[in-house]
Design a protein around this ligand. Structure first.
Ligand SMILES: Nc1ncnc2c1ncn2[C@@H]1O[C@H](COP(=O)(O)OP(=O)(O)OP(=O)(O)O)[C@@H](O)[C@H]1O
Ligand SMILES: O=P(O)(O)OC[C@H]1O[C@H](OP(=O)(O)OP(=O)(O)O)[C@H](O)[C@@H]1O
Ligand SMILES: [Mg+2]
Length: 392
C-alpha cells in the first residue's frame, strides 16, 4: 500500500487551493495519472504538504512515440547526451553522460501531468502540450528552454471555405455572424478543451460550445458535427485537403519543442538544478552552433594586424567576435619566422560559399571547413532567467 493511500481515501477531491490544476486534472482528465502513488502533494489536516518524493535519480520525461520522439532523441544525441535505450518498447533508459538522471518515455501529455504530480522532474514536449495540460499560469511548471527548434506548429481555429463561411476571413467576422445564439452556438471540435474555451472567452465569443475527439478533427465540419475546428497546423495540408481555412486572429498559440521543469524539483531535489544547468548549456551551445561552420585558412602577410585588416575588409568574414589570426612559423636561416598566418572564423551556414570566395579574394588558401558541435558563450540569458524565476 502506498504511504499516501490513507490520505486519498479521506480527501479524494479536496486537492485544491494552491494547486488548482491538479483539481482540474482530477475532475476532467485521467485521475490515475495525476494522483500517482509517488506524488507527495496532498492535503493533510487542511494544509498542503508539498514535500517531493524521495528518490536518488532525477527524472527526465521524453516522448515515447509520435512526431516528437525521434527529433528529441536526435537533439540529445547531437548534444552528446545520447540516450541508451536497449529497445524502443523499453520505457526507461539512461544518458551515460548524466549519471544521476533517469530517462522515462511517456506520451507527451502524460509527461506534463507527471511533472505536475512530482513523478518527473524535467521533460521535453511541445509548448502546446505544456499550455494545455499544465494549465498555464500554474506556478509549478517552468519553461527552461522555450525554443528547441523542432516540432514547430501552431494551434489555430479553422472554418470551412464554403457555405456560410465563404466570405468570413477573420475571428472578428466570425464573432459577428448572426447565426450564433444561445440556442444555436458556434460548434467547435477540438482536443484542446482548456485552451479552446479560454481563447474564445478572451476574444469575446460568447455563444460557443465545444466537442472533443482524439484525432481527424478536420472531418467534423463536413460530417455536420461542428462548424469550426481548433487544432494543430504545421504544413496546412490537412486543412487544405479537407476544405478548411485558417482565419486572421485565429491563432491561439505558436508551438515548438521546449524543455520544461518542475519548480519544486529544481528547488528541492538534490542535483536537479545542476543537471538542468548542464542540459540547458548543452542545448544552447548546440543550437547556437548548428547555424555555423568553422572556417580555417592560411594567409600570406607581413603581420597579424595586416592580415586581420584584409579579412575585416570583407563583409562576410567578421566571425562571431572578429577573426582569430595566428602566426604559422617556419625555420629560416636557423630562426623561427612567421610569414604565413592561420585564420579561424565562424561563418553562418547560409553565408558559407560567399565567405570562402571572400577569403580567397584577400589571399586565403587551403580553406578548411568543419561543422561546429557547440558554441559555449558566457553564461546564457536563459540560465539567469531561470534563476530569477526560481527566486535564486
Ligand atoms: N502537424 C502537427 N500536428 C500535431 N502535432 C504536431 C504537429 N507538428 C508538430 N507537432 C507537435 O507534436 C506533438 C504531437 O505529438 P504526438 O502526435 O506524439 O502527440 P499526440 O498526438 O498529442 O499524442 P497522442 O497520440 O497520445 O494523442 C504536438 O503536441 C506538437 O507539439
Ligand atoms: O498541417 P499539417 O502538416 O497537415 O498537420 C496537421 C495535422 O496533423 C495532426 O494530426 P495527426 O497527424 O497527429 O493525426 P490525428 O489528427 O489523427 O491525431 C493535427 O491534429 C492535424 O490534423
Ligand atoms: Mg496526434
Amino acid at each position: 500500500m502506498s504511504p499516501l493511500q490513507p490520505y486519498f481515501q479521506q480527501c479524494l477531491f479536496s486537492v485544491s487551493g494552491p494547486c488548482p490544476s491538479l483539481y482540474i486534472s482530477v475532475s476532467k482528465r485521467s485521475f490515475i495519472s495525476c494522483c500517482s502513488s509517488q506524488s507527495q502533494t496532498a492535503v493533510v489536516n487542511g494544509k498542503l504538504d508539498s514535500r517531493i518524493a524521495e528518490r536518488d535519480e532525477i527524472r527526465l520525461g521524453l516522448p515515447s512515440k509520435g512526431r516528437m520522439a525521434a527529433d528529441t532523441l536526435d537533439l540529445l544525441k547531437d548534444c552528446q547526451l545520447s540516450v541508451k535505450q536497449v529497445n524502443p518498447r523499453q520505457y526507461v533508459a539512461q544518458i551515460p553522460q548524466l549519471s544521476n538522471l533517469g530517462v522515462w518515455f511517456q506520451r507527451p501529455k502524460d509527461i506534463v501531468r507527471k511533472l505536475l504530480s512530482g513523478d518527473l522532474d524535467l521533460g521535453i514536449v511541445g509548448l502546446d502540450t505544456v499550455s494545455e495540460y499544465g494549465q498555464q499560469g500554474n506556478e509549478d511548471l517552468i519553461i527552461v528552454h522555450d525554443a528547441l527548434e523542432y516540432g514547430d506548429c501552431h494551434l489555430s481555429l479553422a472554418i470551412p471555405k464554403y457555405g456560410i463561411f465563404e466570405n468570413i476571413n477573420s475571428l472578428k467576422e466570425l464573432a459577428r455572424m448572426p447565426q450564433w445564439t444561445v440556442e444555436k452556438p458556434l460548434r467547435v471540435a477540438t482536443g484542446f478543451t482548456y485552451l479552446g474555451p479560454k481563447f474564445m472567452k478572451e476574444n469575446g465569443l460568447k455563444h460557443v460550445i465545444f466537442s472533443t475527439a482524439d484525432g481527424a478533427l478536420e472531418a467534423a465540419p463536413a460530417m455536420g458535427i461542428a462548424d469550426a475546428i481548433l487544432d494543430l497546423v504545421s504544413s496546412g495540408t490537412t486543412l487544405r485537403e479537407n476544405n478548411l481555412k485558417e482565419i486572421e486572429g485565429g491563432v491561439v498559440l505558436e508551438s515548438q519543442a521546449v524543455l520544461v521543469a518542475s519548480r519544486k524539483a529544481l528547488i528541492q531535489r538534490k542535483g536537479a538544478l545542476d543537471t538542468t544547468h548542464e542540459i540547458l548549456e548543452r542545448f544552447e551551445a548546440h543550437l547556437r552552433a548548428i547555424g555555423q561552420f568553422m572556417v580555417t585558412a592560411n594567409m600570406r602577410g607581413s603581420s597579424a594586424e595586416e592580415v586581420a585588416e584584409r579579412i575585416l575588409s570583407q563583409p562576410s568574414l567578421a566571425g562571431l567576435q572578429g577573426p582569430t589570426v595566428s602566426p604559422v612559423f617556419s625555420k629560416r636561416d636557423g630562426k623561427a619566422v612567421a610569414d604565413c598566418y592561420a585564420t579561424v572564423i565562424c561563418v553562418p551556414k547560409k553565408a558559407l560559399y560567399k565567405s570562402v570566395q571572400q577569403l580567397r579574394a584577400v589571399g586565403g588558401s587551403g580553406v578548411l571547413i568543419s561543422p561546429l558541435t557547440y558554441i559555449f558563450d558566457e553564461e546564457t540569458p536563459r540560465w539567469r532567467e531561470l534563476l530569477s524565476k526560481l527566486g535564486l
